[in-house]
Design a binder for this molecule. Structure first.
Ligand code: PEP
Ligand code: MN
Length: 360
């Protein structure tokens, strides 16, 4: 006599219960294996063994299920088993909040970046002359600013554009900074120049185009000098964090991250300022975070609103370029501020700075 639907279902229910019990029995053994692997320090995930088990399925399968269908089911079981072992597949990074809950403070000649107050890095795009740098530095000094930037090694898109004054440029920055008791931030583009930079700069900048120049990151990680790491033009936040990890894992924990805009389809600005990267980086890492309003917007009229947004969202540093005569600047003439514009920019951010101080 043929079985009724109800009979068949009853048999299925029984088998399902047996499967359930077997799966959990398997799970218990998986947990035991997990403990042994933990003690031995071996990898939880073992692709060779998984492949062997899938072969066993293939060899012994007599249907009616197809082998790929069964292998798919077993892969799910393997995946759930790995989850059961609570495998830390993601290594806890040195730059992560998980590793260090308190904020890193980078002390640059008394300027404590990451202390909860807003700091400013200002100066010309490129160092062009002693007089040019000094004029900007004096205007900064008047505003009580200390962190003087300037490009000596310029990573230009076109090889025919001004490439910077090189070491001569670093010397100019150092001279002006020493005269006015300021600190120098300048980009280094080659691992071989890290040593020479130590004689002249207080913060080694690694530019957007070099964010994944791993030899440069390693070289900067091996010296005792704060590093200013800019986000790559098309780098995800995760890639940016890994680049930071290269520096810290090489021994240098004096690091500042700088959001400088990323490449998107939007053409109204030079790059798209990814403002939400600031709280994300503050949450995911313990490092100070800066916003470069000049290279992100590429527009002088957007510098102040972008800076306000940066301060409001929690940036530790705002960076912008200032030139005595932007029209004649050898690089980035469209977005540098002249001195009067710089002064009104600083006035414009005051209400936000006051708000920050009150909150502290
Ligand atoms: C700079 O800050 O001088 C610079 C070249 O910026 P970026 O590397 O972000 O383009
Ligand atoms: Mn520039």
């Amino acid at each position: 006599m043929t079985e009724t639907l109800e009979d068949l279902r009853k048999r299925i229910d029984k088998i399902d219960l047996e499967l359930l019990e077997l799966l959990n029995k398997r799970g218990e053994i998986v947990e035991e294996i997990g403990k042994i692997k933990e003690a031995q320090g071996t990898n939880h995930y073992d692709p060779v063994r998984e492949q062997e088990l899938l072969e066993v399925v293939k060899k012994n399968n007599q249907g009616p299920f197809s082998t790929p269908a069964l292998q798919h089911l077993f892969k799910q079981i393997f995946k759930a088993s790995l989850d059961l072992q609570k495998v830390e597949t993601k290594k806890v990074l040195l730059v992560s909040r998980e590793k260090q809950s308190e904020d890193t403070i980078v002390d640059v000649r008394g300027e404590k970046i990451g202390d909860g107050q807003t700091h400013f890095v200002m100066g010309p795009c490129s160092v062009e002359s002693y007089e040019q740098v000094r004029e900007v530095a004096l205007a900064m000094k008047e505003q009580g600013l200390k962190l003087l930037r300037g490009g000596a090694f310029k990573p230009r898109t076109s090889p025919y554009d001004f490439q910077g004054l090189g070491v001569e440029g670093l010397k100019i920055l150092r001279r002006v900074a020493d005269e006015l008791d300021m600190a120098v931030v300048s980009e280094i583009t080659h691992p071989g120049n890290i040593e020479v930079a130590l004689d002249y700069v207080d913060i080694i900048q690694i530019g957007a185009r070099n964010m994944q120049n791993f030899e440069l990151l390693k070289a900067a990680g091996q010296v005792e000098r704060p590093v200013w790491l800019k986000r790559g033009l098309s780098a995800t936040i995760e890639e940016f964090i890994y680049a930071a990890e290269y520096i810290v894992s090489n021994g240098n924990d004096q690091l500042i991250l700088c959001e400088r805009g990323i490449r998107t389809y939007e053409k109204a600005t030079r790059n798209t300022l990814d403002i939400s990267s600031v709280p994300i980086l503050k949450k995911e890492t313990h490092l100070p975070v800066a916003v470069d309003v000049t290279h992100s917007t590429g527009r002088r009229d957007l510098l102040l609103p972008a800076a306000k947004a940066a301060i409001a969202i929690g940036a530790d540093v705002v960076m912008a370029e200032v030139h005595p005569d932007p029209a004649t600047a050898l690089s980035d003439s469209a977005q540098q501020m002249d001195i009067p514009q710089f002064k009104s920019f600083m006035e414009g951010v005051q209400p936000l700075l006051r708000m920050n101080q009150q909150a502290a």
